[in-house]
Ligand binder design. Sequence first.
Ligand code: UDP
Ligand code: MG
Length: 315
Amino acid sequence: MLISLIVPCYNESAALPIFYKELCKVTEELDKYDFEFLFVDDGSKDNTLSILKDLSDSDDRVKYFSFARNFGKEAAMYAGFCNTKGNYVAVMDADMQDPPSLLPQMIDILETQDYDSVATRRETRKGEPPIRSFFAKMFYRLMNKMSDADIVDGARDFRLMKREMVDAIIKMTEYNRFSKGIFGWVGFKTYWLPFENVERVAGETKWSFWKLFKYSIDGMVNFSHLPLTIASVIGIVFTILAFIFVVFVVVRKIIFGDPVAGWASTVSIIMFIGGIQLLCMGIMGQYIAKMYLEVKDRPHYIIADTNVSDSNRIN
Ligand code: UDP
Ligand code: MG
């Protein structure tokens, strides 16, 4: 039985050695299983790649894929999925925020119980800036109302999956990837394993608030059509209001004649409706931009260097 661990790494030279040591320690006790570690170097600018090369020289479980540039964590995970052969596959961060020590328990659940995947969620957001937690909470609340994919608050990308689920994920070839949504969308029976939030051991986070904000908009656009529906509903409501207003104006003209008045209110109405129109066009634009990206059908990633001979170098 082969277990594959996919580890996206972007400028992780500080955390990698610590992570690898912990991984060795954990997997040593799981000697019933074979492991492969797929490290995906996502165009790092530090010496992440040379560390990976050293590790692969001394340990033949270590496989590395090095991207031609930074394609993002989503692309790195996808490259991992496309290149694994494991019966069980897990994605985990290189910074120990996805504790390798949970692995034995996760494997045990898949082996002994009737589940297809074991996912992890942080019970608390201890150590995170409160404002970030607040927006994250809002995002999950909104997202769950909006989309079919059920997305759990505090869910991490760290999950161990059976082969069937991985194959389903590989089939989702969309360019705009939002893994939490994809995992939820493909379904399968999932066991949720809570754990205490752990802070990153070394190096720093790659996610600025702005990057997270854009990622959350991506998530909503990718997994829901509700914004478009809202735009249509606003359109209908305004059409009805406009109709009533026209009747009102005509009737008033017939009864009272037409004194020139109401300049201020006219300007306000024009500006208000203009604003709403731009908003709705913006919403449509978001979807069109996504379509444009999908239609171009560019590869998700380009692997410049790897020690795996039969890898999907471009996908
Ligand atoms: N990562 C990546 N490409 C990126 C950004 C991040 O592969 O463009 C990796 C990173 O090396 C780490 C994981 O994704 O293993 C999670 O990133 P990070 O810990 O910075 O995010 P946070 O835990 O702060 O949300
Ligand atoms: Mg992290």
